[in-house]
Design a protein around this ligand. Structure first.
Ligand code: C2O
Ligand code: CU
Ligand code: CU
Length: 543
């Protein structure tokens, strides 16, 4: 397992050294302008009303000493009992379950020692309800969210979106899943109740005292955090006891930076029924599925015909080309990205005669037609660029009042967007190498391959996320290392609606996204959370 041993292990305790983390990589670091915390409104009559408290806690993860975490603790004030379900034995926030059309009020209370704000990833809500960094609240304060559930059925994700502190706050444990149901999905009678299992995958590192360890140094800020082990629902070596029948596994990658290649150990193909924005039109069968941070995948798994005691293990399989080997060595995780390791297992402990077959047609997705798109000949660029030790979008770091002309979008329009790697050539390379300092010293002994340009050495995959409504992927093309690409290319599910898409080095994507209903500032960013915090984030101004 340890092909990439740590060269210099620089992880430190998140508990004690807390003040040191979260230093911005791109030299902003000034406090962000704030809006006043939103209050509950008299006029809003919620179907679901709940409180979520961000607080410090302890939870057993490894054997022995419990681990100090930050987490969401919740309770339901009003609404159906299944609107909020605590995750047993886990630091994860409660599972929230809403129905399309419901009015939801969430009272977020900050009992952490620093500012925070929560974002409902994938939900289509007004800017004031979106967890914008300018809405951050101080310790002791509350922020009240009120919104209608406009999304179709699907799995969504809540997590902090605090200016330059998203990565560390999520890492300490602040994350949870949201499931939205609707009539179209209910009519299918998919496996439900105990046969529908949400699974949140996150990687973590621990010190000798079972406490969370985090890099936080230059390589972490450049490439993201990669932990030594994968946890599922906050647990190591999770094994699900299952009956020999069909299950629905709803998987969310809640990791800061790690990308997984989901596959069964016995090479049973995966049956994919949904992604970020809900059900596909038809199930797809794949040998494996790539799952980048914040992406979701909905799998149907049929254990029928498997004998009592049969065990099936979900792995992350081997792949190449999404993170440069140099980065792997600098980071010193015991688990290199792209090496094979187990995620969780399912063991058949009960025989069942329930049989269930996925219907031919799962859902109807309203596809965009060319006539719907406002800018067919002039796509909005999202260029992945690198400069001065940081990854950027369109060559610019995050700035709240830095809206560029191509980032102004008329409300209720549908836009074509092109995401690609900018061929920065040597400009970027010189910036990085010429500066000397820490990078030069560290790269000295790395043995850069002859003829391997800086661009190739540094290029890595980025999961690009856009707030607001889900988009359709209309084109994905690739020019680059075919051998590496062959280890990932069958794992992209581009047929459904997405809010986060993995863009591999050398890829160019065209997506079509609606900007309906709400004016205001909506972020788009890399969901490698260290990249996001380092400024690989921009805003659209919908006006
Ligand atoms: Cu899941 Cu802007 O993030
Ligand atoms: Cu989001
Ligand atoms: Cu990135």
């Amino acid at each position: 397992m340890n092909r990439f041993r740590s060269l210099s292990r620089r992880g430190f305790l998140l508990g004690a050294g807390a003040a040191a983390i979260g230093a911005p990589a791109y030299g902003q670091g000034h406090a962000m302008r704030r809006i006043a915390p939103n209050r509950a409104s008299e006029a809003f009559d919620p179907d679901v009303d709940l409180e979520l408290i961000c607080k410090r806690d302890e939870t057993p993860i490894l054997t022995g000493r419990p681990t100090r975490v930050w987490r969401y603790a919740g309770h339901l004030i009003k609404g159906p009992a299944n609107a909020l379900t605590a995750m047993p034995d886990s630091y994860l926030g409660p599972l929230l379950r809403f129905s399309k059309g419901q009015k939801v009020r969430i009272r977020l209370r900050n009992e952490l020692p620093e500012e925070t704000i929560t974002h409902w990833h994938g939900l289509h809500v007004p800017m004031l309800m979106d967890g914008h960094p300018t809405a951050a609240i101080d310790p002791g304060e509350s922020y009240v969210y009120e919104f209608d559930i406009r999304n179709r059925a699907g799995m969504y994700f809540y997590h902090p979106h605090t200016h330059e502190k998203t990565a560390t706050q999520v890492y300490r444990g602040l994350a949870g899943a949201i499931i939205v149901e609707d009539e179209e999905e209910r009519a299918l009678a998919l496996p439900a109740g105990e046969f529908e299992i949400p699974l949140v995958i996150q990687d973590r590192s621990f010190d000798d005292d079972n406490q969370l360890a985090y890099g936080g140094d230059m390589p972490t800020r450049m490439f993201g955090f990669y932990g030594d082990r994968a946890l599922v629902n906050g647990r190591c070596n999770l094994t699900l006891d299952v009956a020999s029948r069909a299950y629905r596994l709803r998987i969310l990658n809640g990791s800061n930076a790690r990308i997984y290649k989901l596959c069964w150990d016995d090479r049973t193909p995966l049956t994919v029924i949904g992604v970020d924005g809900g059900l596909l039109e038809k199930a797809e069968t794949r040998p494996y599925v790539m799952l980048a941070p914040a992406e979701r995948v909905d799998l149907l798994v049929d254990f029928s015909g498997r004998p009592q005691g049969a065990k099936l293990t979900m792995l992350s399989g081997e792949f190449y080309g999404l993170l440069p080997p140099m980065a792997q060595r600098m980071m010193g995780s015991d688990l290199a990205m792209g090496e094979a390791f187990p995620l969780f297992a399912a063991r058949v402990t009960e025989t069942s005669r329930d049989s269930w077959k996925a219907p031919e047609k799962l859902s109807t997705i309203r596809r965009f037609r060319e006539a719907d798109v406002a800018n067919l000949d002039n796509p909005i660029p999202i260029a992945i660029t690198m400069a001065h030790m940081a990854m950027l979008l369109n060559g610019r770091p995050y700035g709240h009042d830095d809206i560029q002309p191509c980032e102004r979008i008329p409300v209720d329009s549908t836009q074509l967007i092109e995401i690609f790697y900018e061929r920065a050539g040597m400009g970027m390379g010189m910036g990085m190498m010429g500066g000397g300092g820490m990078m030069r010293g560290r790269m000295g002994g790395m043995g850069m391959g002859r003829g391997m340009g800086m661009m190739g050495m540094m290029s890595m995959a980025h999961p690009i996320h856009l707030h607001g409504q889900q988009f359709e992927i209309v084109e994905r093309s690739f020019a680059g290392d075919e051998d590496a690409y062959a280890t990932i290319r069958d794992g992209f599910i581009d047929s459904g609606l997405k809010d986060t898409v993995l863009v591999a080095p050398g890829e160019r994507l065209r997506i079509v996204k609606p900007f309906g209903d709400f004016k205001g500032r909506f972020m788009y960013h890399c969901h490698n959370l260290e990249h996001e915090d380092a400024g690989m984030m921009r805003e659209f101004s919908v006006e």
